[in-house]
Design a binder for this molecule. Structure first.
Ligand code: ADE
Length: 397
């Protein structure tokens, strides 16, 4: 049996809704304010960006928290702040170092946009974030949610911050079955919240909604209605509609790409490759890989090296990685290269491979160009390798 303890905890704070005169949308939203602020004051988690909500910290945390859980973000946030303590420092960040610090968080465009925005802020705003929703939203990587979050949390400006958490909470409170994937649904919610949110407590109000979405009105499971300060005004809580609301239309199918990944070992080094400057995982490093499923015997040809240069080819396990619009279905091979017979031969495997550099004789295939042979330590410490390759990087000896 569910015990609705909120009735005592929030005594006197609740909107008393009469059956013969239900609240309209606006009244229902307005009625959230007192219990929400009361609950947030009592229950808010202590979080590094929350306890010291300086604009730069709020910005970085909000960007990291997109698509990443709070607990996973914490160590990244602390490291990032140590590495780039100011917006100016971020503007001058070295790209590979920035990406290395971001490694594991995924969605690397977030980090690229942070640096682009930091440059604009340094050039035009004296290295500070502007206290204005309209100016914040013009910066790279900042949409209406993030602009609203920074404006409200860091500057206490009464602008809503509607992310997936807030969409879920508000749709449920209102019993709204509209598709939350629609921009119009989010737009309407932003307008409605802007009208009714308290003018002097924007920070607590928005964080309260986000916090309820994270801790009580949780995604992907039964909400903890017994602990919810909004229970008394929530149509979904009262009617048990949580499985149906929010409604989210099915996502478009992702394209599936079959890829074969190579761990190419030469003495104590492995080959990596820098990806092109635009497109998926732009300018990050990767283990060499090709589209399709070559057979073991075809591997030297596919890599553009002579059979005689290959000591062994062994199969690696299959794995998958899901990006937003594409899924990689991967298999792999470990390829161990043989040292040249002529001990004095200069080999492409010694460092950066360059066009025209002779290796084991005349055959420098296309595949070798652009490979970089690095030690395990260099791989771990210097080169940003996306999570997609984790199942294979962990197999590197
Ligand atoms: N998720 C998104 N923004 C957040 C914030 N400011 N605090 C906690 N969780 C969040």
């Amino acid at each position: 049996m569910v015990m609705y303890s909120t009735e005592h905890f929030y005594d006197g704070l609740q909107a008393l809704e009469r059956e013969d005169s239900p609240l309209d949308r606006r009244e229902r939203l307005k009625a959230m304010e007192k219990p929400l602020l009361f609950w947030y004051a009592a229950r808010a988690r202590s979080l590094p960006w929350r306890d010291k909500p300086l604009p730069y910290r709020v910005w970085i945390s909000e960007i990291m928290l997109q698509q990443t859980r709070v607990e996973a973000v914490k160590p990244y946030f602390e490291r990032f702040m140590e590495a780039f303590p100011t917006i100016r420092a971020l503007a001058e960040a070295e790209d590979d170092y920035l990406m290395k610090l971001w490694e594991g968080l995924g969605y690397y465009n977030r980090a690229r946009n942070l640096k682009k925005a930091a440059r604009i802020l340094t050039d035009t705003y004296g290295g500070c974030l502007p206290a204005s929703f309209e100016e914040l939203i013009r910066l790279p990587g900042i949409g209406s949610y993030t602009a609203g979050a920074i404006a409200s949390i860091a500057f206490n400006i009464p602008t809503p911050a509607v992310d997936g958490n807030v969409l879920r909470v508000i749709s449920r409170v209102l019993g709204d079955r509209e598709d939350i994937r629609k921009a119009s649904v989010k737009g309407r919610m932003e307008m409605e919240l802007k009208e009714i949110m308290p003018k002097d407590k924007a920070s607590q109000y928005n964080q309260g909604l986000i916090e309820i979405g994270a801790l009580v009105c949780i995604p992907g499971g039964e909400p903890k209605c017994g602990e919810c300060p909004l229970y008394s005004v929530c149509l979904t809580g009262r009617n048990g509609w949580w499985k149906e609301i929010p409604y989210k239309s099915p996502q478009k199918k992702r394209r599936i790409e079959e890829r074969t990944v190579f761990i190419i070992e030469y003495q104590d080094k492995v080959a990596i490759h820098k990806r092109p400057p635009s497109g998926l995982l732009a300018a990050l490093y990767e283990l060499p890989n090709v589209e399709g499923r070559p057979l073991a015997g075809e591997v030297p040809f596919v890599l553009g090296i002579k059979k005689g240069q290959v000591e062994s080819v062994t199969e690696l396990p299959a794995s998958r990685h899901v990006f937003s619009h594409v899924e990689w279905h991967m298999t792999g091979y470990r390829v161990v290269l043989r040292p040249p017979e002529d001990k004095n031969a200069r080999t492409v495997f010694e460092g950066k491979a360059e066009p025209g550099c002779d290796s084991f004789g005349e055959n420098v295939g296309e595949g070798l160009l652009g490979w970089l042979f690095v030690t395990r330590e260099e791989l771990a410490g210097t080169y940003p390798l996306p999570n997609a390759f984790n199942p294979y990087t962990k197999l590197i000896g």
